[in-house]
Write a protein that binds this ligand. Structure first.
Ligand code: ADP
Ligand code: ZN
Length: 437
């Protein structure tokens, strides 16, 4: 293999498989998975009995609907080893979900699972234009969290130089970027915004002073406005990266160079979009809860997993030639929804407004107190404060008005100096709910 090949695809056959062949492959893999869990996982034996379904009933992909859902509660109830489909000595690695909501879930990987997870990352990174010449600085948290390790193995598979920087310590990050000419980074949107602030403070112009080309950004929801802010602040292209520990972590769905929705790797997962209330499937294009079934996982296959993540399917073919369907940007989790004075609000609605205003900085916090009092605290940008108080008052009123139009309730708005709101190394905590309801 020549060192200079800039391959458009990592595994062209798999990535551009014609839909009928892809669906035949899915059915075959689904049937094997269902047979295996019926054999080896007591939870599924019980669920199949209750649903009066046997592996032989799965004759087409449409029969998927006959299978029971799996929920986060099922995984927690099976903690630590209840959902293993192989003997413990065939497992190679343990990860847990980062526990943003509730107690962690234990996820096991076999040798093949570790390799498959890395394959999907390699595929995803290459889809953004990455090659083995790229220098990859991994700014996600290493450890039990899947985010960093799975990406690390994928980048090594491509043959990139990998810098396992981990999160935080911005000055060291910057030094590494300067000394080793980092081209590609992997981090959360909140850290990316924070890091853009640091560059601005240090007087670094990323376009002149750094070699950055692209950032893989995920692990928490963010808006198009935030993407643009990161791209502008870091002088690179941002590719949306979606995954969850229950499905191996990152590499489940990823944006290609078109940056228009994330290809969900359908030879490894079956995707469904359902109405989160009724559980019924929704037609293509409608927004609902993403449900995923693993197709090749050995150690811990999971059927029809309720991710709680809200998205829709983009059903048009993609200009990049990949046949795997795309999902739209995740707009939040079903559990993220806040009810304030009887109105349903997603934090992303607020973020969209705030990140669209140039006078505002890159960090914000939503605080709920008392009997449904909402305060939105947001940092001004370095250039946003000119010392004139009447300008601040006018800006506050403008923000309150925009938010009212979007979320139908008028929050208190507090403008604070840049760099004064708490930052997190891992996943950002954007909502503090201290209400006594
Ligand atoms: P936890 O569920 O404890 O946070 P994970 O680390 O497995 O554990 O996080 C996976 C979750 O992170 C997803 O279910 C989703 O809610 C969120 N997430 C991951 N990537 C993205 C993304 N690109 N956009 C929006 N949300 C994302
Ligand atoms: Zn594409």
């Amino acid at each position: 293999m020549s060192a200079s090949i800039d391959r458009a695809y990592w595994k062209p056959e798999a990535e551009t498989l014609a839909r009928p062949a892809l669906e035949a492959l899915q059915l075959d893999r689904l049937r094997r998975t269902v047979a295996r869990v019926a054999e080896s996982v007591p939870l599924y034996r019980k669920k199949f009995e209750q649903a009066k379904v046997t592996p032989d009933d799965i004759r087409s992909l449409a029969d998927l609907r006959r299978l029971p859902f799996t929920t986060g509660a099922d995984l927690r109830a099976s903690y630590p080893t209840g959902m293993l489909a192989v003997p413990l000595d065939e497992t190679l690695r343990l990860h847990t979900s980062s526990g943003t909501t509730g107690k962690p879930k234990a996820l096991f990987f076999s040798r093949q699972d570790v390799d498959n997870a890395a394959e999907l990352i390699a595929r995803s990174f290459v889809a953004t234009g990455m090659t083995r010449q790229d220098i990859f600085q991994n700014m996600m948290t290493y450890g039990l969290f899947t985010g960093a390790l799975v990406a690390h193995y994928g980048a090594e598979k491509i043959g990139c130089l990998v810098i396992p920087a981990g999160p935080g310590n911005s000055d060291r990050q910057l030094l590494l970027m300067q000394d080793f000419h980092t081209t590609s980074i992997h981090l959360t949107p909140s850290f990316a915004l924070y890091f853009a602030d640091i560059l601005e403070k240090r007087g670094i112009d990323p376009r002149k002073d750094l070699a950055l080309k692209r950032a893989f950004v995920g692990a928490e929801p963010y808006t198009e406005e935030t993407r643009r802010k990161i791209e502008h602040g870091l002088g690179l292209r941002v590719f949306n990266s979606y995954g969850l520990s229950e499905m191996n972590g990152p590499g489940v769905a990823f944006e290609c160079q078109e940056q228009a929705g994330m290809h969900l790797w359908e030879d490894h997962y079956i995707l469904e979009i359902i109405d989160p209330e009724s559980g019924e499937p929704l037609p293509a294009g409608e927004r609902g809860e993403l449900v995923l079934t693993t197709l090749v996982r050995e150690a811990m296959p999971i059927l029809r997993y309720r991710t709680r993540d809200i998205t829709s399917v983009v059903d048009q073919p993609c200009a990049c030639g990949r046949t795997h369907r795309r999902i739209a940007r995740i707009t939040g989790r079903a559990d993220d929804m806040l009810i304030v004075r009887g109105v349903n609000i997603y934090p992303q609605q607020i973020e969209r407004i705030l990140m669209g205003l140039p006078k505002l900085g890159r960090n914000y916090l939503i605080v709920l107190e008392g009997l449904d009092e909402m305060t939105v605290k947001v940092e001004l940008s370095e250039a946003g404060f000119d010392g004139q108080l009447d300008h601040v008052v006018a800006l506050k009123n403008e923000i309150a008005g925009l938010l009212r139009a979007e979320i139908l309730t008028k929050p208190r708005v507090e403008l604070v100096p840049p760099g004064t709101l708490p930052i997190s190394e891992g996943k950002a905590k954007r909502v503090i709910d201290n209400r006594k309801l």
